[in-house]
Ligand binder design. Structure first.
Ligand SMILES: [Zn+2]
Length: 309
């Protein structure tokens, strides 16, 4: 059963149960209640029933929801759209321009699931569910600088590439909070730590530039798509930047010294700033070792792209 809490004025967090990495990659979905109702993120396909159930507790009719706003097209964020499109007949999906085309194409979805299996194991489909395509006509495109009016508040789109080229953050003028998707990574509220993105294909220099772009909005809260809402924004943004550089250096040094991937993964876990015993023990668990190796892969991919190896 999803955990529901009001984390800002009329913004409800719908969060999967579980601790730390056990919860990954299940997504936290937010419901914004204003003159128009909107969800931010759709979550994994397997989350669709419990997200719908949570919405039914908060809203008398799920068909009152106008929009599902998507920060980017990774399967753990958009996986539930096919189920939502069937269940909530009036909704439109809002995302970066190319995303609608991608998510309406069955062969593009199959490719995405292949990447997802590489990250989360061959049984990813059983654990997180299969995606259904949604007709392109159900999508509205949004670009950097455009806004989504919801009533008393609006959400301003900020193009924040790095984790994904089509990644958007959304600044809520009502709460002064920022829906940050995966730009900073995920937040482990149990230990108040942000874990930076670990996905192969992440351009870390673009992540750093995108983080800088956030300061002009001066958000007072971050609504994480993995984890929960958190204050102390400046500290978390600064730490994210530092952690990304630190992880990059560890992997770079290890690769230049000829260390194998497992050894580099262990160095990342040991040296990772502020990572507590809980996170370290979870990440050292054999079932997460594949995850830690992918963490190394993500920096290796980036260092090669930048011709640094
Ligand atoms: Zn992502």
């Amino acid at each position: 059963m999803a955990l529901i809490s009001e984390v800002a004025d009329r913004i409800y967090e719908i969060r999967p149960e579980g601790n730390g990495f056990d919860r990954f990659p299940l997504c936290t979905v937010y419901l914004i209640v204003d003159e128009k109702l909107a969800l931010v993120e759709a979550g994994c396909p397997i989350q669709a029933p419990e997200i719908t159930e949570a919405i039914e507790k908060l809203v008398d009719d799920v068909n009152k929801i106008s929009y599902v706003i998507l920060t980017h097209s990774h399967p753990d964020h958009v996986g539930g759209i096919g189920y939502m499109a069937q269940r909530m007949t009036n909704i439109q999906f809002i995302a970066y321009p190319v995303v609608g085309k991608l998510l309406s194409d069955q062969s593009a979805l199959a490719k995405m699931m292949t990447g997802f299996k590489r990250t989360f194991g061959e049984d990813a489909l059983d654990r997180f569910g299969a995606m259904l395509p949604v007709g392109e006509e159900r999508f509205l495109s949004i670009q950097d600088g455009q806004s989504i009016p919801l009533g008393k508040r609006e959400l301003r789109a900020i193009h924040t590439p790095g984790h994904d080229p089509y990644h958007l953050c959304f600044f809520d003028t009502g709460s002064k909070g920022l829906f940050c998707g995966d730009l900073l990574g995920g937040y482990l509220e149990e230990i108040d730590i942000v874990i930076p993105p670990q996905t192969v294909g992440t351009d870390f220099s673009l992540v750093l530039k995108s983080l800088e772009k956030l300061s002009e909005f001066n958000p007072t809260k971050l609504f994480f798509s993995h984890g929960s809402m958190v204050g102390n924004v400046e500290k978390h943004i600064q730490n994210s930047g530092k952690d990304i550089k630190n992880c990059q250096n560890i992997v770079h040094k290890g690769l230049l010294a000829g260390d194998d991937k497992k050894k580099i993964a262990e160095k990342l876990l040991e040296a990772y700033p502020n990572l507590s015993d809980m996170a370290t023990s979870q990440m050292s668990d054999p079932k997460y070792i594949q995850r830690a190796l992918r963490w190394v892969d993500s920096y290796t991919w980036y260092l090669k792209k930048m011709n640094m190896l």
